[in-house]
Write a protein that binds this ligand. Structure first.
Ligand SMILES: *Cc1c(COP(=O)(O)O)cnc(C)c1O
Length: 383
């Protein structure tokens, strides 16, 4: 017997039993008082997670739907866009802006490196852009970008800052208003611990104003329509009611643990994972300075196919790791510690990784990685 559901991939992530239970209750109608109260509650609970007092709308879509909504509503065809690209999801944001006719210029950063604000400033000084697109947690390379300097630049150069925070919200600090972010997009199936299907889009006053002037075609993803409906805590079309109920319970879990503690837990699990990989002699994908607290990327050892290793670990031990995307395909594997994940989960995943490495012919001393992770965990909270 082995479990099939040990998800260590960066979305979908494990769903806590109490969240699954909340979703299994009888459905409520979406044109009812009860739904309005639910939506209003969700907006209130999402505020501290996203760091905003502005409008927060919930769309029934995956995270990419939220990103599409952001560009479709901000842009008119021909508008100049500067897209910061350092991985697969940065590319996706740029492609979306292109699809809506934006005059998109990409500023490329080496995959595995963080965005360099100085380079961004140089470009903003040279040319006027309407929208700046950035990725908070670049899941494909396991880099967490610092948004604060980007927000400062956006304010100084009067450009709207749209951020893909799909894989960070609920697992890493976000201060949308304080940092000067105009549109922030996230989704249900990452650190928020809910199944896929909800995109969450938060909007600044500036963003709302810009959206009234946008001439891009849009219908399902019309954010102004979503905001109008939200005045009565309703949605223009049928929402994924059960996912709303799940999100309500998931946010309670976050507050029961404490938002700050949730962030600390993610950082701790990342540190333990990184220590384990180093002890196993594996090379980490990114430097400590911008390593993601949500997912860890690791180069496969010389002569070992990352995807073969992953398949072996999945089929034998039921531990699902993610592979590399784009140019990193087959070269790295990624272990997510995102959402409903605790210390024992990580020790188990690392133990399975050791077995997988051994079977693939890599020299492993049993417990080498696990022991280092334990050492990191043991030090936590010690006076
Ligand atoms: C998962 C993810 C997305 C959205 O992907 P969907 O499959 O559309 O939900 C976007 N950006 C980042 C950084 C992600 O990790």
């Amino acid at each position: 017997m082995k479990q099939e559901t040990r998800l260590f991939i960066p979305g979908p992530t494990p769903v806590p039993p109490v969240v699954a239970e909340a979703m299994a209750r009888p459905l409520i109608g979406h044109r009812t008082e009860a739904f309005a109260r639910l939506y209003a509650r969700l907006e209130e609970k999402l505020r501290p997670v996203l760091g905003t007092q502005g409008d927060v709308v919930i769309l029934t879509a995956s995270g990419t739907g939220g990103m599409e909504a952001a560009v479709a509503n901000l842009l008119s065809p021909g508008d100049p866009v500067l897209a910061l690209v350092g991985g697969k999801f940065g590319e996706r944001f740029a492609e979306l802006a292109q699809a809506y006719g934006g005059a998109v210029e990409t500023l490329n950063f080496e995959w595995g490196q963080a965005v360099d604000p100085e380079m961004v400033e140089r470009r903003l000084r040279e040319k006027r852009f309407k929208v700046l697109l950035a990725t908070h947690n670049e899941t494909s390379t396991t880099v967490l970008n610092d948004l604060r300097p980007l927000g400062e630049l956006a304010r100084r150069y009067e450009v709207l800052l749209a951020v893909d925070a799909v894989s960070s919200a609920g697992g890493a600090e976000l201060r949308m208003d304080e940092w000067g972010i105009d549109v922030l997009v996230t989704a249900s199936q990452k650190a928020l611990m809910v199944p896929p299907g909800l995109a969450i889009v938060a909007l600044s006053e500036r963003a709302l104003k810009a959206m009234t002037g946008s001439r891009s075609p849009r219908y399902y993803f019309d954010l102004l329509a979503a905001c109008r409906s939200k005045q009565k805590y309703n949605t223009p079309y049928t929402p994924a009611v059960s996912l709303f109920a799940g999100l309500d319970r998931a946010l309670d879990l976050i507050f029961e643990e404490g938002l700050e503690q949730v962030y600390r837990r993610h950082q701790l699990l990342a540190r333990a994972t990184r220590a384990a990989m180093r002890a196993l002699g594996l090379r980490l994908m990114v430097a400590d300075a911008w390593a993601s607290p949500l997912v860890t990327g690791v180069w496969a050892p010389e002569g070992l196919e990352a995807d073969r290793l992953r398949k072996e670990i999945a089929s034998r031990y039921g531990v699902l790791l993610a592979g590399g995307q784009g140019p990193l395909k087959g070269k790295i594997f990624r272990l997510a510690h995102m959402g409903y994940v605790d210390e024992v989960d990580i020790l188990g995943a690392l133990g399975a990784l050791e077995l997988g490495l051994y079977r693939a012919g890599y020299p492993v001393k049993w417990g080498q990685g696990v022991a280092q992770a334990q050492a990191v965990l043991a030090e936590e909270g010690k006076a």
